[in-house]
Design a protein around this ligand. Structure first.
Ligand code: SF4
Length: 357
């Protein structure tokens, strides 16, 4: 089906969350598009991203003490997966189901997740000395910055803020001598430092520890100073103001780079990205004018696009698409999530391909 993007109705972003800050810093236009489309993505997420929401929910329920033992875990996990699969079917992504079969590492991730269950002795020891606040909402006094902290553990003067991540927490970096070392991703460091300042604004105390925890239960400490938390907090507020100012002045800018756009789910509405697609063939998205549409004996349909002076071939559309594609001859269309074939400028469609015209 051919999708359309009508006029974009930009809206002021009321609040910035610590988890959104880094992405907004890299391309504020993405945040404006997300707001304009009420955070409803214009492209499907990967099945792993959908599954990540289940993993995170399970971590939350374990942290809250709602899921206590293996029986609770198995029942809740099955319930969450079933609900997600139903949701995917309703969204038209039934091909991701069953997740157990479609996802590599499904079983491994479930086993890793189970390690987060606290043993009986851990449960009684920790609950007697510490206060646990799971999914705790904090916002700044002016309400411009706000977000949910996965877990806060308060034990006398010791206050730890923890954030759970279901994917990789570290990335490879190069030191001054060109040696590779592994470090916590900057976006996660900044997210935690913003939580630290939010905690301070609300309690007048800074946390003593900031930590990230991965699925294998490995903990990664994040060092911080009060000054840098405050500086990031101010930077986030300024970013929010300058981003919202673009709506009034209508002078939008974006940062179309591979690392920003590759996973941006608002690409179909981004004119800056489309401009990039006119000359950049590194993405799994293509754009061009339909020059011809051919139906083959096996029913498969191939579309011939022209982009500037390049001819692109996109194969394997179903025969149901023939008439619609044909009616767009000489018009520009954009096709997202295609697979590159071994021959240059030849692509085929995938289960998640979407067409915008
Ligand atoms: S497609 Fe790229 S440039 Fe456009 S909003 Fe998304 S990240 Fe920004």
């Amino acid at each position: 089906m051919m999708n359309k993007i009508g006029e974009i109705n930009f809206k002021e972003i009321k609040r910035i969350s610590p988890s959104q800050f880094y992405s907004m810093k890299n391309c504020a236009y993405k945040s404006l598009l997300a707001e304009a489309f009420e955070k409803k993505p214009l492209l499907p997420l990967s099945p792993n991203a959908y599954f990540g929401t289940v993993l995170h929910k399970m971590l939350e329920l374990i942290a809250k003490g709602i899921v206590k033992d293996e029986d609770d875990f198995n029942a809740e996990f099955d319930k969450q997966v079933k609900a997600l699969e139903e949701d995917l079917r309703q969204k038209g992504f039934g091909f991701f189901v069953p997740l157990k079969i479609r996802l590599r590492n499904f079983g491994l991730k479930k086993i890793q997740l189970k390690k987060h269950l606290r043993s009986k002795s851990e449960q009684s020891a920790s609950f007697s000395n510490s206060k646990f606040h799971s999914e705790k909402w904090f916002e700044s006094q002016d309400k411009l910055i706000g977000g949910k902290v996965d877990l806060v553990i308060e034990n006398g003067n010791e206050i730890e803020i923890l954030d759970f991540k279901t994917g990789a927490i570290t990335q490879d970096c190069l030191d001054d001598e060109g040696e590779i070392y592994s470090d916590v991703k900057n976006e996660y460091k900044e997210q935690l430092k913003l939580y630290a300042y939010l905690y301070f604004e609300n309690t007048n105390k800074f946390p003593t520890d900031l930590s990230l925890v991965d699925l294998t239960k490995q903990k990664f400490p994040v060092e911080f100073s009060e000054e840098e938390c405050k500086a990031l907090f101010d930077e986030a507020k300024n970013l929010l103001t300058s981003t919202n100012d673009c709506i009034n002045t209508k002078s939008f800018s974006a940062n179309p780079k591979e690392e920003n756009c590759k996973y941006c789910l608002y690409r179909p509405a981004c004119s800056f990205f489309h401009k990039k697609l006119e000359t950049d063939y590194s993405f799994n998205d293509v754009l061009g004018e339909i020059k011809d549409v051919k139906k083959f004996q096996n029913g498969n349909v191939t579309v011939f696009l022209q982009n500037e002076n390049k001819n692109l071939i996109i194969k394997n559309f179903s025969s149901k698409m023939f008439d619609e594609l044909n009616s767009h001859k000489d018009k520009q269309i954009r096709i997202y999530h295609v697979r590159k074939e071994s021959t240059e400028f030849v692509y085929s469609i995938t289960e998640t391909t979407m067409i915008y015209g």
